[in-house]
Ligand binder design. Sequence first.
Ligand SMILES: Cc1cc2nc3c(=O)[nH]c(=O)nc-3n(C[C@H](O)[C@H](O)[C@H](O)COP(=O)(O)OP(=O)(O)OC[C@H]3O[C@@H](n4cnc5c(N)ncnc54)[C@H](O)[C@@H]3O)c2cc1C
Length: 311
Amino acid sequence: MVDADQTFVIVGGGLAGAKAAETLRAEGFTGRVILICDERDHPYERPPLSKGYLLGKEERDSVFVHEPAWYAANDIELHLGQTVDAIDRTAKTVRFGEDGTVVRYDKLLLATGAEPRRLDIPGTDLAGVHHLRRLAHAERLKHVLTNLGRDNGHLVIAGAGWIGLEVAAAARSYGAEVTVVEHGPTPLHGALGPELGGLFAELHREHGVRFHFGRRLTEIVGQDGMVLAARTDDGEEHPAHDVLAAIGAAPRTALAEAAGLEIADRAQGGASWSTSGCAPPTPTSTRPATRPPSTTPSSIRTCGWSTGPTR
Ligand SMILES: Cc1cc2nc3c(=O)[nH]c(=O)nc-3n(C[C@H](O)[C@H](O)[C@H](O)COP(=O)(O)OP(=O)(O)OC[C@H]3O[C@@H](n4cnc5c(N)ncnc54)[C@H](O)[C@@H]3O)c2cc1C
């Protein structure tokens, strides 16, 4: 069978999915390329969501991997806002969208990425509790930080990983009061160890961030649907108008698992880590693809206080 008769389906329109489509065309694949993503936005890069875009230094348009016109120009069939909910490996089909469209593939790439871990404590359904994974989350958070800065409001961040620290830096630049609650003894403890982590803590303290190390959030206290405070396991209540859960991300493996694919976990040599570096890796966490952890010097991030390149 020649390329032109083949169909390559990509599930997931993050950086991996978009770059896979680009590479197929760049390397001369002439068949159908179908990219399906449950997000409504064209594929974009997430790093600016906690950095330049959140800080208001980068325009929304700058985050996209390709201009919208690129997909049609390269004959990539893009299905946005559509979830793939089943793979039939015998029939070689995927099913997606509300109408259950079925498409046949010759090759299938699962690039389903990760989703933020959720706090499992009372109060997480309050309006002022946020996550940061998607462009829409960043848009909302930017608005929240602007208001907190204007009103001298308080943001409590659960998790002193990369995303928690980057948002802490952004929030301070807007003028918000910031408390970071972290169960480890220093920020980024698992990724960088105590000495470098301590330096990060000092840097952030110099910019007015308060830390509460060795503690976990136990409750987000609210009234009439609004956040009032965040309580930690030492019984302390921290004033809060908004709370960001930045406790890491978990790989989205449900689709692969349902299709009977074997998912390697860390113990079996699979590379599993929090994509945001925030949470300590759990022995049972899994990840469908491998990538080196982002702690090499070329990829160390600066968490917002501009001292060098961020990626
Ligand atoms: C705020 C933030 C800042 C970051 N900063 C950095 C940084 O500075 N440096 C760095 O190295 N990394 C950073 N990362 C991590 C980096 O963004 C991720 O490693 C990267 O997003 C992984 O890309 P991906 O394409 O594999 O997955 P994702 O970006 O997660 O994309 C997967 C896509 O697939 C979609 N999808 C999942 N399941 C389905 C389904 N069944 N049907 C249809 N669509 C589906 C998802 O909605 C998503 O759009 C950051 C992450 C965040 C959230």
